[in-house]
Write a protein of this length. Structure first.
Lengths: 543, 483
């Protein structure tokens, strides 16, 4: 199973190509079957990671390493490897991709072939982002992912789909091209330096190895770290999205088809926070910890939490409400991460998963009722618990999970974040707590207006309750909610070592101050030097 | 001139003779327009063989014609690229010439002469030989731009191109004469030695500026770009493809050669101006393209922007920068010709297929072509995993490593802007339900689209060979520059 990561990554792509080349576009049944098969088996394959991942203390931080030379002239490797954080995100990605495929059977009626092909391609892109440990490769996956998502919104979206799709694309692209420049600056810093800016290089072999950059993080001069952090910050903050870069999100969510929203909320937003955890914090620790950057980041996170919640409260459209709730929840994630202690970051990572599950679930649920009534306006509903009791049950569980009721997953994540943040600053924690209260308010109010009260809209009387298929899209999510809520230990076990690794990078003195014994485990088990990095083909040039 | 010179000039000689034969063919009895393309292909094949043969024979960089002409890796890289581009353009033209009232033989003969001029440009190491090559290319292009003799737009385009082009040639010549006055020679290596001892020599600086202005006109960089949209729109589409790829690539070849081997010692005198030109080209080109509804005009503005990107590679004055120019030219040529082939595909004869609307609903009538077009546009926009990304990567890396961080920021943001207008075509093809224009592709156009598609994808995913060959090709220039 040496290539397990590549297999998991490209498995959906295989399905996509199969559909593309061998299935007639009229045979919708075959398309759906193949797509579901590949998404489902993709999920099962990713479970291998869950079981094989070595959680023991002293186990290598990055596992399932695959590495070979891709573009040796410039030191680009095909370098895959994951730690616990990426592993959890990959499993979540495959699960939600499967659900997204499975939930689209009746929602998507036109151009089905293209739809499932794009959905599967998108899955490959997303998994690749979490697997890549080479910056160049990471960037390729990061950008590749944009195209299918653009089409998913643009073709199968709502009335303003064109606007939403291009806005999504341009926002993300504008951020990511700046990231490319930051990556290049890091690359030159690691190798030859940038003499014209007075930046001496370290003289290492040219490489885009992220782990290499982790090692040299503290060597980067503070001024350069500042600018690099800013470039990465814009790329990731747009993706998260943090206030004030969030404006693409409500548009994209409202216009996207249900499965698109699910993927967008559950996975694509996590790429921003994942970017912070994987790149910004360990590579640019001094900038991340410096006052002039930390305070703005925290402030924006807190504004995001409160602003997102307040705006969500007044939305007349259910999907928009959930979209703004994402802004608020992701503010939490950012806050926990920038507490720079194990509890905060663990909570933050767990909250990424939780948000994926519960917000993904909420979008599914909104999509289900939209498919029946073709409206998402809250005022159109009311009292539908009477006609759709099963639906009301699932919606309730998901709502409670989203607002962090104990015994459900949201609580664990928020609690860990609050613990971590309170450890750092009581004021931040107070704002975070305010966010939780507001979160409960808008979600419960939504529930109340939609499900309770008199059933006064005659159009709602005929609503059919969930079909078996729809229930099966939700059941896995509910199981996860209960599992994380009742017994989160396996998750914390997985995250512990990787998070300690990151804390140790971003704040090397942390463990000493906290009187915790910490020994950094080896980075990888098989450390293979990448194949000869020919110096720009020097040997051949000399000929 | 010796026999050895003749051997090294073989490709050019083949092309000159080939061009004459094509020109005379109708007189000699070749009435059939249809076989003109086939004969052109034969000439190109002969030229390719000759180029490869000469390159293999020369081995190390070899001077010919005294020192006017050199056969080195750089020249060979560009010569082969020119031949490929011209071959593709010739195939693209085949359809519109067979049913036309205009002679195909003349057309191909002009194209062959243009290619001959480009070959000279790639090999020229003396400003005069470069200039002669450039003029041969330009004169052929002026005629080709006006090839639709009876269409007002085509004639207008040719006229504009001719007048502005001649003026720019004149300006360039004047610049050369100043440089000659100061340095006492027009040979690039002599110039580079001579200028290294000069400080603040106004005549030299003005000479370099005028020379640069002429070159910027040829590559269509702002502020010497105003002719581009009109000429690109008015000229017959295959000729537009020719102008936006072949003549631009050739101009960049001499741009790179002159600035890397002739003027590198005084880079401090011209780099801020080139930086401004690059920045303006990227900004003006991309912003102006946004509002265009005519595809040809939009691509014209985008080609201005691409000249701006490529100038980053000149500006960087480094190995990675020059490598970037070579790689970018190659990937740009494939993506661009692919795009023009698509425009051709939609045009029935004259000027259809030019509006963005003409692409509406293409995914239904021609899914493969629509997909290919998306790949070309992504490549032009620099999105991985297409070849365009590799090209942009090198240019951005060059800008960063040379310390032009601000320029790199402009470049990347403008490439995000470019996606906005490129995607208007994607929107038209995939997201609009159009009249589903029936696509009748000739074999040749289909072939070109597929070739460009494969090249764009393969070079994007497996760029190693291209990067290595670019590194090999620039070695002689880098050796000269580091002297």
């Amino acid at each position: 199973m040496q290539n397990i990561l590549s297999i998991i990554t490209y498995w959906p792509l295989v399905g996509a190509l199969l559909i593309l080349f061998f299935v007639n576009k009229e045979s919708s049944r075959a398309i759906k079957t193949i797509a579901t098969f590949f998404a489902g088996t993709g999920f099962l394959l990713s479970l291998v990671l869950w079981f094989q991942y070595d959680r023991s203390a002293g186990a290598p931080t990055f596992q399932f390493i695959e590495r070979f030379s891709w573009i040796p002239s410039i030191g680009v490797d095909y370098f895959f490897g994951i730690d616990g954080i990426a592993m959890l995100l990959i499993v979540m990605t495959t699960l939600l991709s499967f659900i997204a495929v499975y939930s689209s059977f009746t929602a998507i009626e036109n151009r089905q072939k293209e739809y499932y092909v794009l959905l599967l391609m998108l899955e490959t892109g997303m998994i690749g982002v979490f697997c890549a440990l080479d910056f160049f490769l990471f960037y390729v996956f990061w950008e590749v992912m944009l195209v299918p998502m653009y089409f998913l919104i643009g073709v199968w979206g709502g009335p303003r789909k064109l606007y939403a799709a291009i806005k999504f694309f341009l926002y993300t692209l504008a951020g990511s091209v700046l990231m490319l420049l930051a990556i290049l600056a890091l690359y030159f810093f690691n190798s030859s330096g940038i003499p014209f800016l007075g930046i001496a290089g370290l003289g290492n072999a040219p490489s885009f190895d992220v782990l290499q950059f982790h090692q040299i993080g503290h060597l980067i001069p503070a001024g350069m770290q500042f600018w690099l952090f800013l470039a990465f910050f814009i790329a990731f903050a747009i993706k998260v999205p943090m206030f004030p870069f969030h404006t693409w999100l409500p548009d994209a969510h409202v216009e996207a088809p249900t499965a698109g929203s699910v993927i967008l909320a559950a996975v694509l937003l996590k790429m921003g926070t994942y970017g912070f955890v994987r790149f910004s914090l360990p590579i640019l620790p001094d900038a991340a910890a410096s006052k002039e950057l930390l305070i703005p980041v925290i402030t924006l996170s807190i504004i995001g939490i409160v602003y997102g919640a307040l705006v969500a409260m007044v939305q007349p459209d259910m999907k928009k409400l959930v979209a703004y709730s994402s802004v608020s929840h992701l503010g939490f994630v950012m806050l926990g991460m920038f507490a720079f202690n194990p509890m905060g970051i663990q909570g933050s990572v767990l909250q990424m998963i939780n948000h994926g599950i519960s917000t993904g679930g909420l979008f599914l649920l909104v999509g289900i009722v939209y498919e029946r009534r073709h409206t998402r306006m809250i005022s159109e509903y009311g009292g539908i618990a009477k006609v759709m009791p099963v639906y009301a049950f699932f919606f309730l569980v998901t709502t409670l999970s989203s607002i962090g009721l104990p015994t459900l997953n949201g609580f664990i994540g928020e609690f860990a974040i609050l613990l971590g943040v309170a450890n750092r600053s009581m004021v931040w924690a107070a704002f975070a707590a305010l966010g939780i209260v507001l979160g409960a308010a808008y979600m419960l109010w939504l529930y109340q207006r939609v499900f309770w009260g008199p059933l006064d809209n005659p159009k709602n009387e005929e609503l059919k309750d969930l079909t078996w298929r729809e229930q099966w899209t939700l059941i896995p999510l509910v199981i996860c909610m209960l599992w994380i809520g009742l017994y989160p230990k396996p998750f914390f076990d997985i995250m512990e070592e990787p998070v300690n690794y990151i804390v140790n990078k971003v704040d090397p003195g942390y463990f000493e101050k906290a009187h915790i014994e910490y020994v950094e485990p080896p980075l990888m088990e098989r450390h293979e030097a990448p194949a000869e990095h020919a110096q720009l083909g020097a040997t051949e040039a000399a000929r | 001139m010796t026999w050895a010179d003749l051997a090294f000039l073989l490709p050019e000689i083949v092309l000159a003779i080939g061009g004459c034969i094509l020109l005379l063919a109708p007189v000699l009895g070749g009435k059939n327009n249809g076989i003109a393309a086939k004969w052109t292909m034969l000439v190109l094949l002969a030229a390719t063989t000759a180029t490869v043969f000469v390159a293999a024979g020369a081995g190390t960089p070899t001077d010919a014609l005294g020192t006017l002409f050199v056969v080195d890796g750089f020249a060979v890289f560009f010569k082969l690229l020119f031949i490929v581009i011209i071959a593709m353009v010739a195939l693209l033209s085949a359809e519109f010439l067979t049913d036309g009232e205009y002679s195909a033989w003349e057309f191909y003969s002009l194209m062959t002469f243009a290619l001959c001029g480009m070959m000279f440009m790639a090999s020229g190491t003396h400003l005069i030989s470069i200039y002669v090559g450039l003029e041969l290319l330009s004169l052929s292009s002026y005629i080709l731009a006006g090839y639709y003799k009876n269409e007002a737009r085509s004639t207008e385009a040719a006229m504009k191109y001719f007048v502005l082009g001649s003026v720019s040639s004149g300006i360039m010549l004047y610049g050369m004469s100043l440089i000659y006055g100061v340095c006492g020679s027009l040979h690039l290596s002599t110039i580079s030695v001579a200028v290294s001892t000069m400080f603040d020599n106004d005549a030299l600086i003005i000479g370099v500026m005028l020379l640069g202005a002429g070159l910027c006109f040829k590559v269509a960089a702002v502020p010497f770009h105003v002719w581009t949209p009109d000429v690109y729109t008015g000229a017959p589409t295959p000729i537009t493809a020719f102008l936006s790829t072949a003549s631009k690539v050739a101009a960049f070849a001499i741009f790179a050669r002159i600035f890397y081997t002739g003027l590198h010692n005084i880079s401090g005198d011209w780099n801020s101006i080139i930086a401004a030109v690059a920045a303006l080209s990227m900004i003006v080109g991309n912003l102006a393209a946004i509002t265009q509804t005519n595809v040809k005009r939009m691509l014209a503005y985008s080609s201005i922007a691409h000249a701006g990107y490529a100038l980053l590679g000149i500006l960087a004055m480094s190995e990675i920068g020059l490598q970037g120019v070579l790689i970018y030219m190659l990937v740009y040529a494939f993506a661009n010709i692919g795009t023009w082939a698509m425009v051709m595909l939609l045009s029935r004869r004259e000027y259809a297929g030019e509006k963005v609307d003409d692409f509406d609903g293409l995914h239904k009538s021609a899914p493969l072509y629509a997909f290919a077009m998306v790949v070309f546009l992504l490549s032009l926009g620099g999105i991985p995993p297409t070849a365009g990304f590799i090209g942009k990567y090198f240019l951005f890396a060059a800008a960063i490593s040379a310390g032009y961080a601000w320029l790199a920021v402009i470049a990347v943001l403008m490439s995000a802007v470019s996606i906005f207008y490129y995607f208007r075509l994607v929107v038209a093809m995939y997201l609009k339900e159009g009249k589903a224009a029936e696509v009748v592709a000739s074999r040749q156009v289909r072939f070109i689209v597929v070739v460009c598609l494969i090249a764009t994808l393969v070079l994007g995913i497996l760029p190693e060979r291209l990067i290595r060959s670019a590194a090999r090709s620039i070695a002689p220039i880098v050796n000269l520059a580091s002297r």
